[in-house]
Design a protein around this ligand. Structure first.
Ligand code: MG
Length: 249
């Protein structure tokens, strides 16, 4: 995929003149932390344990959805009825316990380097996650010192609808006071890509998990790379292409 062509298509689709970068919106799981193996594993263990048919891969497809939303879909498929509030809470609690019992996820290779490049370029890194761990901000500051500003973070505590709805990314833009054509999104999950694209933001997919590339492209990714390290390598070229590419009349 040629970068200039990807930008041109994005500008045409959204009716923007150009991208004037001010911020980069980062998803967390599978982007900043190599945590999706743990999440998918914890879901699989929990749901299988309840006697509900599932595969480990499908939890990569649900990534970004609220926990309650995922549980509801599984219950409807298995039992032909929605999950009750009590079931949603109980199952989500079990999933959280299974997740917490696993080894702490590592930072994603290349993530800190990219975050430093973004900062050095005078752009604001904005976190947009559906995750709601209380210790999140402390942990981010330990993993990525000097990068994030708690005023510009969107977490499970802010979000009502969750991805694939554009709400979380629109909220990220409004917290920093910018428009969709003043940022780009970094996402690893199909529903997250859908959310970024529906918010009208140029969305870069990094395929850090087991899903085929076309799942991310079909979800609406404007540009696709295989890792955060690759994105870090391409970052200067991306900045330049965004500065130079204007919508063709
Ligand atoms: Mg993710």
């Amino acid at each position: 995929m040629i970068l200039e062509t990807a930008i041109q298509k994005y500008l045409e689709r959204n009716g923007y003149e150009r991208i004037s970068l001010k911020a980069v919106l980062f998803d967390m799981d599978g982007v900043l932390y190599d945590s999706m193996k743990n999440h998918a594993g914890a879901w699989y263990k929990t749901i299988c344990g309840l006697g509900i048919d599932c595969t480990p891969e499908e939890f990569y497809m649900h990534e970004g959805r609220t926990g309650a939303g995922t549980i509801d879909i599984l219950f409807r498929r298995m039992y032909g009825r929605p999950a009750t509030e009590e079931e949603k809470q109980k199952v989500y609690q079990m999933k959280a316990e299974n997740f917490n019992a696993m080894a702490k996820p590592e930072c994603m290779p290349g993530a800190y380097r990219l975050l430093c490049q973004v900062k050095a370029a005078g752009l604001q890194p904005v976190l947009v996650t559906g995750s709601g761990q209380v210790s999140l901000i402390d942990r981010l500051n330990r993993s990525f010192p000097g990068i994030f500003d708690s005023r510009y973070m969107v977490t499970a505590f802010d979000v009502k609808l969750g991805k694939p709805h554009p709400e979380p990314y629109l909220m990220g833009l409004s917290k920093y006071g910018i428009r969709p054509d003043e940022a780009f999104v970094v996402e690893n999950a199909p529903l997250g890509v859908e959310a970024g694209s529906a918010a009208g933001i140029f969305t870069v997919a990094v395929n850090t998990g087991p899903l085929p590339d076309n799942v991310l492209l079909d979800a609406g990714a404007d540009y696709l790379l295989s890792s955060m390290t690759k994105l870090s390598e391409e970052f200067p070229a991306i900045m330049q292409a965004m500065q130079e590419t204007k919508r063709k009349k």
